[in-house]
Design a protein around this ligand. Structure first.
Ligand SMILES: *Cc1c(COP(=O)(O)O)cnc(C)c1O
Length: 220
């Protein structure tokens, strides 16, 4: 068994244990395997081991490897977890099944246009910059609830959840708690939070999906 497959199985067991610990139903947390920087040959064994949900942070990089993998495995679900430029909206809507990084009016409008044009049932999350970090993407926490409302009412987008990346040097718990509170206020049910270093904590705070890269594929 390859390293990535072994590590995939370890991450799965850790998620299962965290679900039990938090008294949450088995299988209530979706594992998004983050395959950025790894090529199709590195990803294929992980798909063959049964993993179907993957995350990529760059549209162009994903276009290079996923169309052929999706042809071979049509039930793959691909998530965009990196910032989206509006000039890439067309390509992103065509390739991805879930976009987790809706964070400004212009992107919301562009996505609405492309979704209508391509007639695609895309699933969407709003990214929240819970730490208000100037260099980080995401809508400010104070504006998040109103933004979700505008996405729905102005742009007709079905936002199903919120996503965050807590500041690297902080205890993630308060950020996960904030995201959960904002989701409740905005009336969305899903929370994408937790990465290799903190996904067990995220499960305890109610994550419905965790985005795990290096703990599966190794260092980038
Ligand atoms: C790279 C990345 C991850 C995965 O990070 P790891 O620490 O390797 O698990 C999760 N979310 C986003 C948005 C990322 O860009």
């Amino acid at each position: 068994m390859g390293d990535a497959v072994k590590q995939l199985n370890e991450v799965r067991s850790t998620i299962a244990a965290a679900e039990r610990e938090a008294r949450r139903p088995a299988g209530s947390v979706t594992l998004v395997a983050v395959s950025k920087t790894f090529d199709a040959d590195a990803i294929r064994p992980v798909i063959e081991a049964g993993q179907r949900v993957f995350g990529e942070n760059r549209v162009q990089e994903a276009q290079g490897k996923w169309p052929s993998l999706k042809t071979d495995f049509p039930d793959i679900e691909l998530h965009l977890i990196g910032p989206l430029q509006s000039n890439k909206a067309k390509e992103a809507v065509a390739l991805f099944d879930v976009i987790e990084t809706v964070d400004r009016e212009k992107i919301a409008a562009e996505l609405a246009k492309e979704i209508a044009k391509q007639g695609k049932g895309l699933r969407l999350y709003v990214q929240v910059n819970t730490g208000s970090e100037p260099q980080k993407a995401g809508i400010e926490p104070m504006e998040a609830v109103a933004f979700v409302k505008r996405c729905r009412e102005l742009h007709g987008l079905a936002i199903e959840g919120l996503m965050c990346i807590p500041p690297a040097d902080e205890n993630p718990g308060p950020h996960f708690a904030l995201l959960s509170k904002l989701a409740a206020e905005a009336g969305v049910g899903r929370l994408s939070m937790g990465m290799s270093g903190d996904y067990e904590i995220a499960v305890a705070f109610g994550a419905t999906s965790v985005r795990v890269g290096s703990a599966i594929f190794g260092c980038r």
